[in-house]
Design a binder for this molecule. Structure first.
Ligand SMILES: N[C@@H](CCC(=O)N[C@@H](CS)C(=O)NCC(=O)O)C(=O)O
Length: 242
């Protein structure tokens, strides 16, 4: 399959799930439109849930169809949601971008890594930063361990850059920043304690990976910046300490 229709990404630069899709579109040099959807904007979300993502109100979603007004996608446009499903779709539409390796064993490695990112790292991220209860630190640390255990000695998750790295990158970058700045609802100092652990020899391979991923040009083009990220999360009500 090749791109024979226009892609519109409905998402937000502050969402790591949307960042995944944005990264893949940049890697694929896709012809796309980014339509900003802020989940705090209730009228916009009502329209979005009705028109773009009938499955729910979550971002991201993409439409694939004739180019036109993002507010009125053509009836024949396909709407696709769930960031990981969208990534697989983009790998199919842009085979020349090699978002998935050709070798079936490496493809399996990519998918195992993505499963682990989702079930361990994203879960640790959610529990530690968004639904903190004592013990959430252990969940996040076990996410670090699980990811690190799957990394080859050097390079990206499956050797060459792939969907595996795209699925992980927004989360590893955010976790790094938020721990470094002790940002979250956990007791003051907890984030810094985990940050020190992340920088300890135990996680040397993971840390090198996190840094390498952020050097990727597509990451630099799509990440909205450290300062803005920190400023945004400092002001977010979910991050205030009791
Ligand atoms: N499993 C979804 C998760 C997406 C998600 O949680 N998006 C957040 C923004 S970062 C959202 O839309 N939250 C609003 C809501 O859940 O109602 C995916 O991978 O696309």
């Amino acid at each position: 399959m090749v791109q024979n229709a226009h892609i519109t990404l409905y998402g937000h630069s502050r969402s790591p799930f949307c960042h995944r899709v944005h990264l893949a579109l940049e890697e694929a040099k896709a012809d796309y439109t980014f339509y900003a959807v802020d989940i705090r904007d209730q009228p916009l979300m009502a329209w979005y849930a009705e028109t773009i993502n009938p499955v729910g109100k979550q971002i991201p979603a993409i439409t694939y169809g004739p180019k036109g007004d993002p507010r009125n996608p053509a009836p024949e446009s396909a709407a696709i949601n769930e960031s990981l499903v969208i990534l697989e779709f983009l790998a199919d539409v842009f085979p020349e971008a090699h978002l998935l390796p050709v070798d079936p064993i490496l493809r399996a490695r990519v998918r195992l890594f993505i499963n682990t990112v989702e079930s361990k790292l994203v879960e640790g991220f959610r529990q530690f930063f968004f639904a903190y209860t004592p013990g959430a630190d252990a969940v996040l640390l076990s996410g670090f361990e699980a990811i690190q255990a799957l990394l080859p000695p050097t390079g990206f998750a499956a050797g060459e850059w792939s969907l595996a790295d795209i699925a992980a990158a927004p989360f590893t970058a955010w976790v790094y920043l938020m721990l470094e700045h002790d940002l979250g609802p956990f007791p003051a100092g907890e984030g810094l304690r985990l940050f020190e652990l992340l920088k300890s020899p135990k996680f040397a391979r993971l840390l090198a990976y996190i840094e390498e991923v952020q050097e990727r040009p597509s990451f630099k083009r799509t990440f909205w910046g450290k300062d803005l990220t920190i400023e945004f999360w400092r002001a977010d009500s979910r991050f205030q300490r009791q």
